[in-house]
Design a protein. Structure first.
Length: 637
């Protein structure tokens, strides 16, 4: 009896150890196991995706499917596999290029309900050799229920470049999103009356603040509402995305919403709409309480005494008070371009508020503007204001003064007149897309197509756009005093031809408090903000290479979609992307330390517009403004 007790004790300990390990990992995976272990991916770019993390230990030649209690691979390796190196060493050795230092092959199995498909994915920064990719894929096949239908995701520029050498079934990023039907554009909850409006009805429909709209498309502008359900998936800078994020109202895209019986049954009723990264809920509710704050108006800075056409080199922190925030921010870009590897559009100067106000006074609209607050026919009054501004002749001396300014500072003949108000591009109020920009052409290059592109027409159209319905409604929603609203103009040379144009958001929209910038870029001047539904642009997450960290050191470009206008290859070279990333990082640091924000550096967001010039492919940054995005789920086309 004495000889059997120690053996029995060892067996009991062994059983207990195996049971504990089974709670933390499995060495084989069936379908029910997947459901038990799965969790949401760390990045919200995959709508409704399910993920199971896995580790293949090269030392003991064993695969581990990890419990969902481990958020990160390294935590599992430390707790279960007794890996004792710090995180920096873990990342360097197990995501790097030196195979002699690598102990683990790390990945995820992602399940996409919209495709009913399982995909093997690495971290986009992982430099895993192709031979090890093949090894990991085979280990998953022999230890799981997935079978030969499993495909490997080419989720980075590195992997796309290696595609011809990868001898296992693979999938490109844009294929994943082709069947996506739901996208949480703005994750909030609100109550309102559900109204179903065809796109053709939007122009004439009376839209109320407590409406939640079901629409079958993407309008360029939309008045204040309590929520939006659209059938179109959105990009990060579409009007509906900006509207939802700025106003903190729920916005979702659901391709099947127009015909969805469960949604249509609630049309005309008050509902509660809740939009979440993992799904949405719509249920009947009570009417919301609308709070009127018309007596509390936000006053804007306005200096009407400055008459000089100051050049960009003279813009300072007072510029917004007499020529708007776009001009002030441009001045900062101008100064930084003197020391960093980018340019701003040349021959830039500002036309102050003084000239808009003088013209508005002459056209007799000042009294009409004062009537807006008490008017019951706001749209008609706004139309009259715009008409009076555009029909009132401009003082000829002003036109000549602008022409002289243009010809004195450059030989360019095409200029862009851009709105620069005291109610846009400011902290807490983006104003993106509310106002108008126009081109003016002077000199010998004028042709029949350019006959309407005069300095006078450019001035009148930009000035009058201060009273666009969408601009008025957005200011009204934020309780801005309309009598304070002033239109300055930023003038600089235009780009009739460009190799590429794009936008950058200087934060990772798909992973909270995480490194990385989101970039959308397209060939030529094709829009990345309001693209044709049949066209995809490059969308990727990139990281500055001049910073420390494995994302930077591994020169990561995380691919989301590629340009359908460029045969589904990247529009920019990797060198151009890394240059853009490093420049954006330095500009972001300047603004971050200037603004003394409470946000962490990773969460601090700026919205940039950039171009690559025709032929030279030189980088131009033409605009920067603050953004207030929460985190998104990937927009797709």
């Amino acid at each position: 009896m004495k000889s059997t007790l120690p053996l029995l004790f060892i067996l009991i300990l062994s059983c207990c150890s195996s049971e504990n390990s089974a709670q933390e990992y499995l060495n084989e995976l069936n379908e029910s196991d997947f459901q038990a272990l799965q969790r949401e991916p760390l990045s919200s770019k995959y709508s409704k995706a399910q993920a199971v993390k896995l580790v293949y230990d090269l030392e003991n030649e064993q695969i581990y499917y990890i419990s969902n209690k481990f958020q990160y691979h390294n935590k599992f390796c430390q707790a279960v596999l007794e890996y004792n190196e710090p995180l920096g060493i873990f990342n360097r050795d197990n995501y790097g290029t030196d195979k002699s230092k690598r102990r683990f092959l790390l990945g995820n199995i992602n399940y996409f309900p919209s495709r009913k498909e399982y995909v093997l994915e690495l971290s986009p920064s992982d430099q895993m050799l192709v031979s090890d990719i093949h090894l990991l894929y085979q280990k998953v096949l022999v230890s799981s229920f997935l079978g030969d239908d499993l495909r490997f995701l080419l989720n980075s520029a590195r992997l796309l470049n290696l595609a011809k050498t990868i001898a296992i079934p693979y999938i490109q990023p844009e294929e994943i999103y082709a069947n996506q039907t739901y996208q949480p554009v703005s994750s909030y909850t609100s109550r309102g009356k559900l109204r179903k409006l065809d796109m053709t009805e939007l122009k004439t429909a009376q839209i109320n603040q407590d409406d939640i709209l079901l629409i079958n498309g993407t309008p360029l502008q939309l008045a204040g509402v309590s929520g939006i359900i659209t059938t179109d998936l959105q990009t990060p800078l579409s009007h509906l995305t900006i509207l939802g994020q700025n106003r903190k109202v729920p916005v979702m895209a659901l391709k099947t919403a127009w015909e969805d019986d469960s949604i249509n049954l609630l049309v005309g009723k008050y509902i509660e709409l809740s939009v979440r990264p993992d799904g949405y809920s719509i249920k009947e509710s009570t009417a919301p309480e609308i709070k009127e704050n018309k007596n509390r108006r936000l006053k804007l800075k306005k200096n009407l005494s400055e008459t000089r056409f100051l050049r960009a080199s003279d813009f300072d922190r007072k510029t917004s008070s007499y020529c708007g925030y776009k001009a002030e921010n441009f001045g900062i870009l101008y100064d930084l371009s003197e020391e960093l590897e980018f340019s701003v559009p040349e021959a830039a100067f500002g036309i102050p508020f003084y000239y808009y106000h003088k013209h508005a006074t002459k056209s007799g609209v000042i009294d009409l503007i004062k009537k807006l607050e008490s008017s019951e026919t706001t749209d008609e009054l706004l139309k009259e204001i715009r008409s009076k501004i555009k029909s009132t002749p401009i003082d000829g001396s002003l036109i000549e003064k602008i022409r002289t300014q243009m010809t004195d500072i450059s030989s360019f003949e095409r200029y862009r007149f851009r709105s620069s108000t005291n109610a846009e591009d400011m902290k807490g109020f983006s104003g993106a897309g509310l106002y108008t920009s126009k081109t003016a052409v002077i000199g010998s290059s004028i042709n029949e197509e350019d006959e309407e592109k005069t300095i006078e027409n450019a001035l009148l159209k930009v000035w009058s756009s201060l009273w666009n319905e969408a601009a008025y409604n957005e200011r009204e929603y934020f309780h801005i005093d309309h009598t304070d609203a002033m239109m300055g103009i930023l003038v600089h040379r235009s780009f009739p031809d460009e190799e590429a144009n794009g936008v950058v958001i200087s934060k990772n929209l798909y992973r909270e408090n995480n490194y990385g910038f989101v970039v959308n870029v397209q060939l030529g001047d094709s829009s990345v903000v309001q693209p044709n539904p049949d066209v995809t642009c490059d969308q990727f997450i990139c990281y500055p290479t001049e910073e420390s960290g494995f994302y930077s050191q591994n020169k990561t470009i995380e691919i989301i979609t590629t340009s359908s206008l460029n045969e589904n290859t990247l529009v920019m070279t990797e060198e151009e992307i890394f240059l853009l990333s490093n420049v954006i990082q330095k500009i972001k640091k300047h603004f971050y330390y200037r603004d003394f924000t409470h946000k962490t550096f990773d969460e601090y967001g700026l919205d940039f517009e950039f171009k690559l010039e025709k032929d030279t492919r030189d980088l131009y940054i033409k605009q920067v403004r603050p953004v207030s995005y929460t985190h998104l789920t990937l927009p797709t086309n």
